[in-house]
Design a protein around this ligand. Structure first.
Ligand SMILES: Cc1ncc(COP(=O)(O)O)c(C=O)c1O
Length: 422
């Protein structure tokens, strides 16, 4: 079989489902009604932001919510509302989107990057505890790729040290941890509605919380320092206008009715792909060795000696699905993370998979290595697990996971083809 990158036939010739999916009737109707009402802003008497906020808070198992312009600002507002600011440190995971840390900087605090669990790639409770200093004010678990972080372990660390917990649920709409929805498990949780997310209005975000006083403080941060129910031109604290528009809320509210169906669909694709990956043989290299044999394990271009450990932590499989953290009841499958257990040039793999019609993403660099964050004063603990993830982990996009599970086989087939051509 010829590799597509060298002119052969791609494994997948047809396109993948687009993201976002086409507007449905309920969205079209509500967006039109909002547009025609002229009440496009939440301060003009429209109720769609309120309906969305209440529905989302209910789904998150909490009493309160605040709709905002995006999740970066939502994380910032949650931190500010919880009293986090200059002089404080906030612990964030080493394998996450940059906004988890820049929201901390925006609040005037210092991000402290702690390593993730080597298996599931979520913030490690042990690394979090080791990173705590007298300045630590909060921790920010991230529900990465739609899998809930192990909140019991992280909340226990926070409780032992009197820290606030802000859940970054930007990627995890509809995810459930030990039968409880994410977002409502810490002091505040923040979702994103940016274009790539499981529910989107192009941009947008929503903060949920359990406590009335936290809600009032967060609402005030997002509403120019006003007091809820207070005078319009009374601004007892400093705040900003971080509000979502009614038009965005009209795209999002009907989405809640189909979110579970879409999560089920992605889970079915992931299950099918996991089964297909389990059948892949350890690939054979040009020298005839299998990838997990000593001859195929190379360091710096040299063949490793037989005493060197081979990379068979995939149980002899070349590719495995990154496992869910303990306590996962429902994974919302924003992305599927795959770990490769064979040495392969990343640029080659990404290019060759795209040429096969199965484009993958390379995922995050370790957060603490981003020069801009380092320059801004971010402190990074040693993060070997995140470093390994940045070398070995690839993502299958959400839009691909929306496809018919019968097509999962072509992802595995493309991987097998590309790995055999390394
Ligand atoms: C983990 C994580 N946190 C925060 C954000 C920021 O969200 P937004 O783009 O809505 O500001 C994103 C996504 O973009 C994200 O993936």
């Amino acid at each position: 079989m010829t590799l597509a990158i060298h002119g052969g036939t791609p494994v997948r010739a047809t396109s993948w489902p687009e993201w976002p999916p086409p507007l449905d009737d309920a969205q079209r109707k509500l967006v039109t009604a909002v547009l025609e009402s002229g009440r496009w802003g939440a301060t003009q008497g429209g109720s769609t932001c309120t309906d969305l906020t209440e529905a989302f808070a209910r789904r998150s198992g909490v009493a309160y919510g605040v709709a905002v312009g995006n999740a970066t600002l939502g994380l910032f507002a949650a931190l500010r509302g919880l009293g986090v600011g200059p002089g404080d440190e906030v612990i964030v995971p080493a394998y996450t989107f940059v906004a988890s840390a820049t929201a901390v900087l925006l609040a005037g605090a210092t991000p402290v990057v702690a390593d993730v669990d080597a298996g599931d790639l979520h913030l490690s409770a042990r690394a979090t505890e080791a990173a705590i200093t007298p300045r630590t004010a909060a921790i920010m678990p991230v529900h990465l790729a739609g899998s809930p972080a192990d909140m019991d372990a992280l909340n226990a660390v926070a409780a032992r040290h009197g820290l606030a917990v802000v859940e970054d649920a930007a990627q995890a709409h509809g995810a459930v941890y030990r039968d409880r929805p994410v977002g409502g498990l810490g002091d505040a949780g923040v979702y994103s509605f940016q274009a790539s997310k499981a529910m989107t209005a192009g941009e947008g975000g929503l903060i949920v919380c359990r406590d009335e006083a936290v809600h009032e403080a967060v609402w005030s941060v997002c509403n120019l320092g006003r007091r809820l129910g207070g005078a319009w031109y009374g601004h007892p604290t400093v705040g900003w206008n971080l509000r979502l528009t009614e038009i965005q809320a009209a795209l999002l509210l009907p989405w809640l009715d189909r979110l579970d169906e879409e999560i089920d669909r992605r889970n079915a694709f992931c299950a099918a792909l996991e089964r297909e990956l389990a059948t892949l043989p350890a690939p054979t290299r040009h020298d005839g060795a299998t990838a997990s044999s000593p001859a195929a394990t190379r360091t710096g271009g040299a063949t490793a000696s037989s005493s060197m450990p081979t990379r068979t932590d995939g149980g002899g499989r070349p590719v495995t699905v990154v496992p869910q953290p303990p306590g996962t009841t429902r994974d919302s499958r924003h992305l599927l993370m795959l770990r490769l257990h064979v040495p392969v040039d990343r640029a080659f793999l990404l290019e060759a998979m795209a040429a096969e019609g199965v484009p993958l993403d390379g995922g995050y660099p370790p957060l603490g290595t981003l020069p801009a964050l380092v320059e801004a004063g971010t402190r990074a603990e040693p993060c070997p697990a995140a470093e390994a993830a940045s070398r070995e982990v690839y993502w299958v996009r959400q839009s691909m996971l929306m496809d018919d599970p019968a097509n999962a086989a072509c992802v595995a087939e493309a991987l097998a083809k590309v790995l055999s051509a390394r």
